[in-house]
Design a protein around this ligand. Structure first.
Ligand SMILES: NC(=O)c1ccc[n+]([C@@H]2O[C@H](COP(=O)([O-])OP(=O)(O)OC[C@H]3O[C@@H](n4cnc5c(N)ncnc54)[C@H](O)[C@@H]3O)[C@@H](O)[C@H]2O)c1
Length: 258
């Protein structure tokens, strides 16, 4: 039986995070959304309510520990408990050769993508340990598995997030707290379409040709969807995954197989 409970989802205002909020709501969970963008969170709140669940928008900057503490306190005082934590928020960081990455860009990318999940976990873990239950899912990337040139800060953060996932899983398993990572490949949506358009313009090729290259990187010859990621998160938060912890699950249409 699915346990009806509360999920705290970072970066739930749009994109993959929004799809995760909607899928978890469809499975009977109330949702606390932690995001920078208040306007976008309002849309997610409406979508969660359409699924018949409660939603709470919590303006949060994951770079700041006090902001995360306030968010976790508000989620706990509103819902009484938080059983699921989905560390989804992330930024792409700069696209540049390593020597051209500014130290501030490096720090910001690691602050959101790696320090943010550390802050949410360190703040919520005492409650999860007290309640003797928790499911944590970190959204990493296939770039947490293999290099992506011109993206050293992003790749470093995502590889670090997988190390964090494994180490924390080993630390908290005895409290019935599972910690897993999901590693998306390229997810179809406005962001990736913009990247294809820019690449097409820069290289004088057509949008279709650039997109086909990306699709052909996977054995299934396709990109993945936001819903694919949301379904894998919902699975890892469900009783079907009770004995799965410390894993990094590629959802990449087979693009990466390790
Ligand atoms: N889109 C892809 O193809 C893809 C592929 C692999 C991994 N991922 C990962 O999936 C996650 C979601 O990606 P997306 O494409 O939906 O991104 P997105 O940019 O559409 O959404 C990210 C969300 O995080 C929020 N956010 C950013 N910085 C924040 C901060 N400091 N504090 C609080 N919230 C903050 C944004 O406001 C936004 O709502 C990221 O971790 C990303 O690295 C995405």
């Amino acid at each position: 039986m699915e346990r009806e409970s509360t999920a705290l989802v970072t970066g739930g205002g749009r994109g993959i995070g929004q799809a995760i909020c909607v899928e978890l709501a469809a499975r009977g969970h109330d949702i606390a959304i932690a995001d920078l963008d208040e306007e976008e969170m309002a849309t997610t709140v409406a979508l969660v309510e359409e699924e018949g669940q409660e939603a709470l928008a919590l303006p949060t900057d994951l770079k700041h520990h006090e902001s995360v503490e306030t968010t976790v306190d508000r989620a706990l005082s509103t819902f009484g408990s938080v059983e699921h934590l989905v560390n989804n928020a992330g930024i792409a960081g700069p696209t540049a050769a390593c020597e051209d990455v500014a130290p501030e860009e490096w720090d910001e990318t690691l602050a959101v993508n790696l320090r943010g999940p550390f802050y949410t976990c360190r703040t919520l873990l005492p409650t999860m340990k007290d309640q003797g239950y928790g499911r944590i899912v970190n959204i990493a990337s296939v770039t947490g598995k293999r290099p992506l040139t011109q993206r050293t800060p992003y790749a470093t953060a995502k590889m670090g997030l997988i190390g964090f996932t494994r180490t924390l899983a080993a630390e908290v398993g005895e409290y019935d707290i599972n910690v897993n990572a999901v590693c998306p490949g390229s997810v179809d949506g406005p962001r990736i379409r913009r990247v294809f358009e820019q690449k097409a313009e820069a290289t004088g090729r057509t949008y279709e040709a650039v997109r086909a290259d990306a699709e052909n990187e996977s054995p299934r010859r396709e990109l993945v969807t936001r819903e694919d990621i949301a379904n894998s998160v919902a699975f890892l938060c469900s009783p079907d995954a009770d004995r799965i912890t410390g894993q990094d699950l590629n959802v990449s249409a087979g693009k990466v197989m390790y």
